[in-house]
Ligand binder design. Sequence first.
Ligand code: DGP
Length: 115
Amino acid sequence: MADCIFCKIANKEIPSSIVYEDEQVVAFKDLEPQAPVHVLVIPKKHIESILALTAEDAELVAHVFTEVLPKLARDLGVAEKGFRVVANTGEEGGQSVKHLHFHLLGGRSMQWPPG
Ligand code: DGP
């Protein structure tokens, strides 16, 4: 989608530190890391948020959660000690980029509740 920063990252129109890529998703380091490990997993196709997911996206979501996130957690060395996956959604959810993304955070002790 035009003017979507994450579409531009997925299309390599702007640079990012990509740590994983396949046909459906890209994972790259967050520009403002909130933990020693902080990557974002995004679908290559533009989906605004969790609220815009449809049944057609079920395979994509399953792929992210059963393959991509566990692989990244292991590869980035946070699987054993633990990590957090966050999808900020909408204004009060703290979503600043309107392209679905899953934050994978780890490498430090997480607090609860989040701010
Ligand atoms: P959220 O607030 O949940 O929408 O998270 C958006 C995240 O995206 C935020 O942690 C900062 C990150 N971010 C924003 N713009 C860029 C960018 O151009 N490159 C990278 N690598 N990360 C970005």
